[in-house]
Design a protein around this ligand. Sequence first.
Ligand code: NAI
Length: 339
Amino acid sequence: MRPSISIARSVHRVARRSYSSASVPERKVAVLGAAGGIGQPLALLMKLNPLVSHLSLYDIAGTPGVAADVSHINTRSEVKGYAGEEQLAQALEGADVVIIPAGVPRKPGMTRDDLFNINAGIVKGLTTAIAKYCPNALINMISNPVNSTVPIAAEVLKKAGKYDEKRLFGVTTLDVVRAKTFYAGKANANVAEVNVPVVGGHAGITILPLFSQATPTANLPHDVIKALTKRTQDGGTEVVEAKAGKGSATLSMAYAGAIFADACLKGLNGVPDVVECSFVQSSITELPFFASKVRLGKNGVEEVLGLGNLSDFEQEGLQSLIPELKSSIEKGIKFANQS
Ligand code: NAI
C-alpha cells in the first residue's frame, strides 16, 4: 500500500473513531415536527441514543433553536436543524429512519379522528417528500389518527412507486407503555419486567391490550382486566383532559417514540430478536393494516407475528374493533386517492 493512501486511511479512521465507534454504523434519523410538544423531547431522547450519528430536526419553524440547544449535548450525533419546506429535502436526504410527530394534537372533547382534516394533508405532504428524498427510510408515523395516517402514507408511496410495506410503521408504542405501567400497578409487579402486547389500532376501542398474555402472570380478576383495558384505551384522553386544552401526551409519547425508533435502528444494525408492537401492513386479520408484535430486521419488518391465544373478552374486543378500524383505514385510503 502506498504511504500516502495508508496515511489518508488512518486519518479517516481516527476522524471516524472520534465521531463514532467503528462497530456502530452511521445512522441518520430525521424528526419531522421537531419543534413541537412531542418533537422537542423526542429530539432530546434521540440525541442521547448512541446508535444515531446524524440527527436531523425539521419543522415549519422553530427548529434552528431546538437544534442549537440539543446540539450542545456531548453525545455522538451531529445535530442539524431545518426550517421551512425549502429545507425539507436536505433534512431527509440519507435518512435511515424518519419519525413523524408533525401535526395538531387533540383538545378536550376531540377524538383522534377529529384531527383528520388537518393532519391528513400534513402527512401526505411529508410522505411525498420522503418518497422523493429518502425512499428507503423506515417511517415511524406518530401523527394522529394513526389508523388513517399510515394508510395515507402507504397510498402516497404506492403512487410514487416507492412503497415497501416493510418500511412503514404506525407508532403504537405508547399504548404498550401505558398497558405495562397500569398492569404493573395492579399486578404488583416490577414494571421493568412487565410485557403486554397491544394489538389492533391506535384509537379508543381499536386499542386492544392482551392482558391474558401479560407477563409476569398475575391472574387478575375479570373486573380488573376490564378496567385496565378501558384505562389503556382511554390513556390518551386521560392526558388530554388533565392538560385541559394544552394538547395531548408529549413526554410519554416522546419516550415511546424513542423506544420504537431505537428498536428500528437495532433491527437495521442486525441485532437479533428485536420485537415491538406496531401498526403495519398485515394479513393476520381481514384488515390490510393491523397492530401486532413485529420482528424488526435489516429491512424493517422481518415478520408480523400472530395474535396468539385470546381470552373470550379479548376475542369480543377484536370483533368490536374491526368495523371501526376498517372504516378509519378506508377513510385514509380514500383521502390519499381523492386529493
Ligand atoms: P404540537 O402542536 O405540539 O407539535 C406539532 C408540530 O408539528 C409543531 O411544531 C408544528 O409546527 C409541526 N408541523 C405542522 N405542520 C408541519 C409540517 N407540514 N411539517 C413539519 N412539521 C409540521 O403537537 P404534538 O403534541 O407534538 O403532537 C403531534 C402529533 O402527534 C399529533 O398529531 C398528535 O395527535 C400525535 N400524537 C400521537 C400519539 C401516538 O401515540 N401515536 C400520542 C400523542 C400524540
